[in-house]
Design a protein around this ligand. Structure first.
Ligand code: NAD
Length: 249
């Protein structure tokens, strides 16, 4: 009998997999037995990670570009798991958000899910596959000074539910809504906006999560693995919070 949450003989593609949550997810899916494509706009970082993970390979994809996605998919003949993880943040309330920045956040966080899912759909229908979208608590509750980011992650949740309704038996699609997770994404934010008060702001980020710590990329990766596994067969169109109790409050 095979172990629980195993993904042997599965082929997975993780976007934004060269860093943070995506990198931990690539490692975890491989540990579960899957073959993993490490897709990122930063090919050299993806290649370094692929060198460490058995049965993985790096793939250059800019998830905002349908041409880039088409080129990559021309080389893929089987796919069981798609993890739409690539994403960027932006700080600012509605009055401070420029049109250009808003559109950039929507392209990377929202258009990407549309374009990647559309490209992967024929293969996922053939394999009866599974999609996991990495959303955020910012799609479920208002987070101060995150106008564009909240809008984008709300759209990720809505796309997840909508696709689940159109393909209820053909594939599964779920969304994970993490709280604050210790990754280069958060470090970049602290460096850019709070360089002189990083410890104070880090403590504030911890304090809004009742468990009293930031998430780890591995916390999120374990949930991705579970959602892709046979044990999660009855979970579809769900948005699963993983936030140390933040949104329970
Ligand atoms: P990260 O910055 O560590 O990694 C993001 C990766 O995405 C990078 O490797 C980057 O090169 C890649 N990427 C960016 N633009 C791309 C593009 N156009 N095409 C392909 N790849 C691209 O970030 P992370 O913290 O691991 O975040 C991953 C996901 O998790 C994002 O969707 C983010 O919104 C979400 N999230 C993060 C947190 C957090 O606190 N870290 C919380 C909730 C949700």
């Amino acid at each position: 009998m095979s172990e629980s949450f195993y993904l042997e003989n599965k082929i997975a593609l993780v976007t934004g997999a060269a860093s943070g949550i995506g990198a931990a997810t690539a490692r975890e899916l491989a540990r579960a037995g899957a073959e993993v494509m490490i897709a990122d706009i930063h090919l050299s970082a993806a290649e370094s990670l692929a060198a460490e993970i058995p049965r993985s390979r790096a793939l250059k994809i800019d998830v905002t570009s349908s041409d880039s996605i088409r080129l990559a998919f021309a080389e893929i003949s089987k796919l069981d798991i798609l993890v739409n993880n690539a994403g960027i943040g932006l700080v600012g309330d509605v009055s401070r958000t420029s049109e250009e920045d808003f559109e950039r956040v929507m392209r990377v966080n929202v258009n990407s899910v549309f374009l990647m899912t559309k490209a992967a759909l024929p293969l996922l229908l053939e394999s009866h596959g599974s999609i996991v979208n990495i959303g955020s608590v910012a799609g479920s509750v208002g987070v101060k000074q995150r106008f564009a980011y909240c809008a984008s992650k709300g759209a990720v949740q809505a796309m997840t539910r909508q696709i689940a309704v159109d393909y209820p038996k053909e594939l599964r699609i779920n969304c994970i809504a993490p709280g604050t997770v210790q990754t280069p994404f958060v470090e970049g934010y602290l460096d850019k906006y709070h360089a002189h008060e990083k410890d104070k702001v880090r403590a504030e980020l911890v304090a809004r999560q009742p468990i009293g710590r930031l998430g780890t990329p591995e916390d999120i990766a374990s949930l991705v693995r579970f959602l892709c596994s046979k044990e999660a067969e009855f979970i579809n169109g769900a948005v699963v919070p993983i936030d140390g109790g933040w949104t329970a409050a």
